[in-house]
Design a protein around this ligand. Structure first.
Ligand SMILES: [Zn+2]
Length: 509
């Protein structure tokens, strides 16, 4: 994988997306989870020299927002304007380096949605019909039999645990059923969805229930806050169709199809597993109807749970981003903790104990302590200067761990990549203990090698904690982080000039 990355990096484009979030309240750790992972992936590939375009934003239409604004006594537009600002503020604090923050109420996006839906209408993929069913306003989703829970003889949303509403209305349907075989083929033969078991999950749902045509219009009498259906002004477009198309708006569809193609070819879309169906069955079919291929990768992560339940506003078990930043005094620590526990496959149970042990074990005692030790040693024994003299044997150990970390990063396995970077630091701490450079008269080789190991681990942490790592590298005389893999070579630096012994992480109170 490393070699493929190395070749032809100049023409490497990558498109990284998060879902656009419902701004009905300030973002919580669940939002931060997906967004931090996307940002780390985006920063990793930028570090390798890719031209990365990173899109995030807010999903600003639909009944839920309309109701939330009503509740607060402001217009929906005022409400979403304010909340989009809140999301941007949080992402700024958390160092999310998006290329564009898209809002579905932007005129450009509304035009793209109308264009795409008109095109689907012209091609006969949309037809009028009647819809009846149980509907969750929080999910903005109809629930079929077997999908909802029954409480007090009434259907209840399995996600929100609130009563469903029975709705019957005239609507328009999108002919998803026409694309059933094509979607099945993509899920079965492609390697789009990662981890693969999520692909199998969707496959078995389609195989047992088919791929039903989807109601894509909502009467304005019920939902007024949306994009008008271009061929029938009594309706607005279903919020999920509106939302999914944001990924195309983000690239300049349909005005700049060269750009769309260039980035879409290497698109990496991150989602939580709760919106898997929309991002596979519906999204793949929708793209096919518009003559576009599916995304290159759909990375699906599981939930952060508190006492076994998904973290979510409606469940009231949200750990706030603010509390975490306050506790560790550095927003980049929040990024590190989240990236460290990230798991695509399985839900991760979180608690302050888990967070604290990562902070103390990985950052304070391992990384921070090693940086402190090595810089102090360099200043004391070498007057702060170490020149190139690599201990080849130890360098091999570091090299192996580094390669593993890089390979995991390249396959989007962030937490695994971090683990190997931490192993580099563990090995280096042990190496110092073994070599006791303070006892020898010629400590340069050991210290130079230790500084190289710290530099490599720091580069591996760079996408996660760019400012903190930048400061650490600065203290050992390295002013800037370059691009490309060459800088990951052991022995790359001629000379270290250690200026100070930083304390990058402070003991918890
Ligand atoms: Zn629901």
């Amino acid at each position: 994988m490393t070699n493929t990355v190395r070749q032809g990096i100049e023409e490497c484009y990558m498109y990284v997306t998060t879902p656009i979030y419902y701004p009905n309240d300030k973002p919580h750790l669940g939002h931060a989870y997906t967004t931090i992972l996307a940002d780390v992936i985006s920063r990793w590939f930028s570090l390798l020299g890719y031209n990365v375009y990173f899109l995030t934003g807010t999903d600003e239409h639909g009944l839920k927002l309309q109701r939330e604004a009503d509740k607060r006594g402001v217009s929906t537009k005022e409400f979403v304007d304010q909340m989009a600002g809140v999301f941007k503020e949080y992402w700024k604090v958390l160092g999310i380096g998006y290329s564009r923050f898209i809002r579905t109420t932007e005129q450009e996006h509304e035009e793209v949605v109308k264009y795409a839906v008109s095109r689907l209408w012209d091609r006969g993929y949309i037809y009028p019909g009647k819809y009846k069913g149980w509907y969750c306003t929080a999910c903005e989703k109809f629930y079929g039999e077997g999908e909802y829970i029954i409480e007090n003889n009434t259907p209840v949303c399995p996600t929100h645990r609130r009563y469903l509403e029975y709705i019957e209305e005239d609507t328009y349907f999108l002919r998803l059923s026409l694309f059933k075989d094509q979607v099945i083929k993509l899920l079965r033969e492609g390697s789009i969805v990662y981890p693969k078991h999520f692909s199998d999950e969707v496959l078995s749902k389609i195989e047992s229930e088919g791929l039903q045509d989807l109601s894509i219009a909502r009467p304005k009498s019920r939902v007024s806050w949306g994009i008008e259906l271009p061929f029938d002004s009594r309706y607005v477009i279903y919020v999920w169709i509106d939302a999914l198309l944001n990924y195309l708006t983000g690239l300049g569809y349909p005005k700049d199809m060269n750009r769309v193609e260039r980035y879409w070819k290497n698109s990496v879309q991150l989602i939580g597993k709760d919106i898997l169906w929309f991002h596979t069955a519906i999204w793949f079919a929708l793209l096919a109807m518009l003559d576009l291929p599916p995304p290159n990768k759909l990375l699906v992560h599981s939930y952060l749970t508190v006492k076994g339940q998904k973290m979510g506003k409606s469940l009231g078990n949200v750990v706030s981003i603010d509390d975490m930043i306050k506790r560790y005094g550095n927003p980049e620590v929040v990024r590190f903790i989240i990236a460290r526990i990230a798991n695509y496959d399985k839900d991760v149970e979180v608690s302050w104990d888990v967070y604290d042990s990562i902070y103390t074990g990985d950052l304070l005692n391992n990384y921070g302590n090693l940086v402190r030790r090595a810089t102090t040693l360099t200043i004391k024994t070498l007057n702060g200067r170490a020149t190139r003299d690599l201990d080849g044997e130890f360098a091999n150990t570091i090299d192996e761990l580094k390669e593993r970390s890089i390979n995991l990063y390249n396959s989007f396995e962030i937490s695994g990549a971090i683990k190997h970077a931490l192993d580099i630091l563990h090995e280096t701490n042990a190496y110092i203990n073994r070599r006791e450079p303070w006892r020898t008269s010629r400590p340069n080789q050991t210290i130079y090698t230790v500084l190289e190991a710290i530099r490599i681990a720091s580069l591996l942490f760079y996408p996660i904690m760019p400012v903190t790592v930048g400061g650490i590298l600065n203290s050992i005389g390295l002013d800037r982080v370059g691009q490309g893999l060459e800088q990951f070579r052991l022995g790359y630096v001629d000379e270290y000039s250690v200026r100070e012994s930083p304390i990058p992480f402070k003991k918890l109170q």
